[in-house]
Write a protein that binds this ligand. Structure first.
Ligand SMILES: [Zn+2]
Length: 332
């Protein structure tokens, strides 16, 4: 009989160094798994690379580990990493072939890993964070829902007619790309992006694919193109901004099970009757997000909003068609 019981750490806020993050089993503090897998650290030389956490403390990719029991590590994390490593070794086509649910789990594990690190820290009475996610009931509600679907990593689970996120795959033109590895996440808006060599993956978690549909046309024009890094940055700004104004939280429900069931089936519900899906788009807020993403090219907000009706774009021309960029020239 398959064990289909889900772990629920949020009720008791069981975020400690002695409970497996995925199944809750009591473990000792030596049992840990890297948030960024060994193969990533090896391939992109990340071990000592600095990483800024939410509370502005600095760690390194190598040091960022989460409590994980041997069983979960061996049976659920390692096989996933092997699958993803092999997919990425075949370029964007390989990544496209990955089941979307696997890609969701892979990104979800890294996202949740950084989140758990934050929650464990906040549970330490000596640390008084300026902003504690663990004290924000709305955020905790979102995290609880998210962790439920992330457990598809461990408990066989079918999502009835949805994917709990939007995934965007972008191919990067190597000509002016000098960053083999890039990573960004935002805990509160649940956005994540990672770039490995020529493949960038942008993911907005817990939106049930709604942001994917909202950005469908833009995403469509990027497909089959090799994007300049500045174009990838703009795409990220648009996806991250969409997540920022995304205003609803999906709920997930497990269908009742029978004793011989071998998997859980999950249904979802989004309350779009009493709630607007998106808060209104504000041009200056978007420009601010874009400015942030365009930092490496030092393009300021006033440049972005030079034409207030149409913010600066490196992806689309005035007719909203794809604008190829081979060589970046700073706009004057
Ligand atoms: Zn475990």
């Amino acid at each position: 009989m398959t064990n289909l019981s889900l772990y629920e750490p949020f009720g008791k806020m069981q975020f400690t160094d002695t409970n497996c993050f995925l199944c809750g089993t009591a473990i000792t503090t030596e049992h840990r798994a890297p948030v960024f897998a060994e193969w990533l650290q090896r391939k992109y030389n990340l071990k000592d690379k600095e990483l800024l956490l939410l509370d502005k403390s600095v760690t390194s990719f190598g040091q960022l580990t989460i409590p994980c029991c041997d069983h979960c590590h061996t049976h659920y994390l390692l096989p996933l990493e092997e699958e993803v490593e092999s997919a990425f070794s075949q370029g964007i086509e390989g990544v496209r072939q990955l089941p979307q649910q696997r890609l969701f789990q892979w990104i979800g594990k890294m996202y949740y890993g950084t989140l758990v690190t934050e929650l464990i820290k906040e549970a330490n009475p000596l640390i008084m964070p300026e902003y504690a996610v663990s004290e924000d009931p709305k955020m905790l509600g979102k995290f609880r829902m998210f962790f439920m679907v992330l457990q598809s990593l461990r408990v066989p689970m079918v999502f009835s007619d949805f994917l709990p996120c939007s995934l965007f795959l972008l191919e990067v033109d190597p000509t002016e790309d000098n960053l083999p590895f890039e990573y960004q996440d935002e805990l509160t808006t649940m956005c994540f992006s990672i770039k490995l060599g020529p493949v960038a993956v942008v993911c907005t978690l817990l939106d049930n694919g709604i942001i994917g549909r909202a950005l469908g046309r833009l995403y469509g024009v990027t497909q089959g193109q090799q994007l300049h890094p500045v174009q990838v940055a703009e795409f990220k700004a648009r996806a991250f901004y969409a997540a920022y104004i995304f205003a609803v939280v999906p709920e997930y429900f497990v269908r009742p099970t029978k004793p011989d069931d071998t998997k859980l089936v999950l249904d979802t519900l989004i309350d779009d009757v009493t709630n607007e899906i998106f808060n209104p788009w504000e041009m200056t807020a978007y420009a601010h997000m874009l400015e942030e993403m365009l930092k490496p090219w030092s393009i300021r907000e006033d440049k972005i909003l030079q034409n207030p009706g149409q913010p600066l774009s490196f992806l689309l021309d005035a007719q909203n068609n794809f604008k190829p960029i081979q060589h970046f020239v700073k706009p004057v």
